[in-house]
Design a protein around this ligand. Structure first.
Ligand SMILES: [Zn+2]
Length: 671
């Protein structure tokens, strides 16, 4: 193997690391995503051709670890101490008095940091390469989560090269989940009728302790360093300088760290951030105030539990009090009954709150929430806030406990409690409320993505019996839709068009859209990748489902039961008969055969809709543009092509028939 290739691989890795740093740490990307993807693809190709060049810290190897059974225990070089908490300005002043008294005449100042609500972690770098990542654990020993931490894009696998690279560097910091990711994760869980995650911290902790690094990678975790550990030589005389040195090494340090000359300045910063914290895309639960001079820290020492040179100020919890006006019972898509409290509107964490979930009837009984009760509500993310406490002393006279519904509020059939579960369920397969929820899910953005088919229209379609299952959506005609309230020619045309376009959704979205119990978007993707086609999937036994990585027995049984049931099977068959063609564009092959190629499509195609061919091209790494230019590589021509064809001939762009196109990108055979 030539030196030229080795050199190129090194250059690519260095360039990619620098761009990762600009993107994930500095938030100032300098190249476009496609340009970055090209660098990455080139490196990956070279490593595939020359496997001897692959190194653990190559940017391509972030998700290379295989699922593990357990995590090894690692003893910390020195205990990771906790920090004492305070809740008032006076307690902060008392802290400063103690520091001043112990330090006598010495001059000192403070560094004030945001207290990120995440998970403490210790990272070790040997000669600039990440070698170990350990959770805080009990402070003495933690878990080796190196493979999972490698997937966090803001954690550098290799420190930026510089003048003085420390031989041994131990970094302590916080791993957190951005609020936006947390809310999205909870939105998906809510749709899949899974229990919601309590807060971003537990979500981050759970994600870091997943046994499969591939799943951790999908959780979008991030990292901020706040100190070096005792294993490494000091990077500066002060904490402030240490953080600056860490930044220079490419390690992310929170940009809002500030210095305070006095405790009063520190208190002012705490007050300011108590308000500004809502601007951040991560949750902070307070501030941390640290003596800046490292030599003085030694002098102050620790109490064994917490250092004396450091204190946390905790923000008051974001809670509000309001009155429960009524309690509704909602019926979910698989029949689960959920109590929801309607509240007198109240301001909480910057938004007006009118409703709060009570999760399930066990929770409702535990809290004993009643109509007209005064309650305390709290918010973890932007998802529906929850009732955490009833102010029993203020309960009006003659209220009664909310009774568990014996019948479904929608269809009136008797309800059932899940075997060894907390859920009360309507088990009537014909329940209109369930059908409405299933349809809402089916047309949702992450499933069949049928625009313009809103909740009110779904209600009408079900109430008028125009739609009794998913397949009825595809037989709707103009006259039927026009007969409904508030429907005009234009909106009907839009809806019919959106329904038509949904026929080409990939298999993964189709499986998710069916709303099979325990099968969310992620499992649907795994199933689509594994089985490739709907016919094979429908014929599989529960044992064959369970043999798929990450598909457990509960999911396997649920899938087998769904496809054995004549009724649900009938719906799927009618969907196929209506012209749906859910194929998966085989991502497992890592198909990049069209990478870097730009396509334009013109005329009417036989096998593809416009969306369909676009997805096929993109799935193989190609791009689709709207007009022909010198940058166009191929024009795909269907029947009755327009001026684009002439333009392509004029510019000498290669013209492909639909058949040429299929051969060119070697499309997977149809189902
Ligand atoms: Zn019902």
């Amino acid at each position: 193997m030539s030196n030229r290739i080795r050199k190129r691989v090194e250059t690519l890795r260095l360039t990619i690391r620098q761009h990762d740093h600009l993107y994930y740490v500095q938030n100032t990307p300098e190249i476009s995503d496609p340009a970055y993807d090209r660098l990455f693809a080139e490196l990956k190709d070279l490593e595939t051709e020359h496997p001897e060049l692959v190194s653990e810290n190559s940017p391509t190897q972030r998700v290379a670890g295989s699922p593990s059974r357990t995590f090894e225990s690692v003893t910390h070089s020195s205990p990771m101490l906790s920090v004492d908490n305070t809740y008032s300005d006076d307690e902060l002043r008392a802290f400063d008095d103690r520091v001043a008294k112990q330090l006598g005449d010495s001059d000192y100042d403070y560094v004030v940091e945001l207290k990120i609500d995440g998970l403490a972690i210790c990272l070790r770098y040997a000669a600039g390469d990440l070698s170990l990542a350990v959770t805080r654990g009990d402070g003495q020993t933690g878990d080796d989560v190196t493979a999972n931490v490698r997937t966090i894009r803001s954690v550098p696998l290799t420190l930026l090269p510089g003048k003085k690279m420390p031989q041994e560097l131990e970094i302590r910091g916080e791993i957190y989940m951005p609020k936006s990711t947390f809310d999205e994760l909870n939105r998906l869980r809510q749709e899949a009728e899974e229990s919601l995650l309590a807060n971003p911290r537990t979500a981050a902790a759970g994600s870091l302790k997943l046994l499969d690094p591939g799943v951790t990678a999908s959780r979008n975790l991030a990292f901020f360093a706040y100190a070096t550990g005792p294993l490494s030589a000091a990077l500066g005389q002060t904490h402030w300088d240490t953080l600056a040195r860490l930044r220079a090494l490419g390690v992310p340090v929170n940009p809002h760290v500030q210095r305070a000359a006095t405790i009063e300045e520190a208190i002012a910063l705490c007050d300011a951030w108590n308000v500004r914290r809502r601007e951040l895309d991560y949750q902070i639960d307070g501030m941390v105030i640290k003596v800046n001079q490292l030599s003085l820290r030694d002098q102050l020492g620790s109490t064994g539990r917490a250092p004396r040179w450091c204190i946390a100020y905790k923000f008051p919890a974001e809670q509000a009090e309001t009155i429960v006006e009524s309690i509704d019972v909602q019926v979910g898509k698989s029949g689960i009954l959920t109590p929801v409290a309607n509240l007198t509107p109240v301001q909480l964490a910057g938004t007006t709150v009118k409703r709060a979930s009570l999760h399930n009837f066990d929770e409702l009984q535990r809290l004993d929430v009643r109509c007209h009760d005064r309650v305390v509500i709290e918010k973890a993310g932007e998802i529906i806030p929850k009732v955490i406490r009833v102010k029993h002393a203020e309960r009006p006279a003659q209220t009664t406990a909310f009774a568990i519904p014996q019948v479904c509020p929608s269809c009136g059939q008797a309800t059932q409690r899940d075997k060894d579960g907390v859920y009360i369920r309507c088990v009537n397969p014909q329940c209109p409320a369930q059908l409405k929820e299933r349809l809402r899910y089916f047309v949702g953005r992450d499933q069949m993505d049928i625009e313009n088919l809103g909740a009110a229209l779904i209600d009408q379609l079900v109430d008028t019996a125009l739609v009794c299952d998913f397949s009825d959506l595809y037989t709707l005609d103009k006259a039927q839709l026009l007969s409904l309230e508030r429907m005009a020619e234009k909106s009907v045309a839009n809806i019919l068009d959106a329904i038509e376009r949904s026929k080409t959704r990939p298999l993964s979205r189709f499986i998710a859209a069916l709303g099979i119990r325990h099968i969310g978007g992620q499992s649907a993707q795994i199933l689509a990748n594994h089985f490739g086609g709907l016919n094979i999937l429908m014929a599989a036994s529960s044992a064959e489902f369970e043999a798929v990585d990450q598909i457990g027995p509960t999911m396997g049984e649920s899938l087998a039961a769904y496809f054995c049931d004549p009724q649900s099977r009938g719906v799927v068959e009618r969907l196929l008969a209506a012209g749906l063609n859910p194929a998966e564009p085989a991502p497992s092959r890592q198909d990049r055969s069209l990478a870097g190629k730009t396509f334009v499509v013109t005329g009417t195609l036989e096998k593809y809709t416009r969306e369909g061919i676009k997805e096929a091209i993109q799935a193989s790494g190609g791009k689709v543009a709207g007009s022909v230019s010198r940058k166009t590589d191929y024009l795909v021509v269907g029947k009755n092509p327009g001026s684009k064809h002439a333009k392509a001939l004029e510019l000498g762009v290669e013209v492909l028939s639909e058949k040429d196109f299929e051969e060119k990108c070697n499309m997977p055979a149809e189902l």
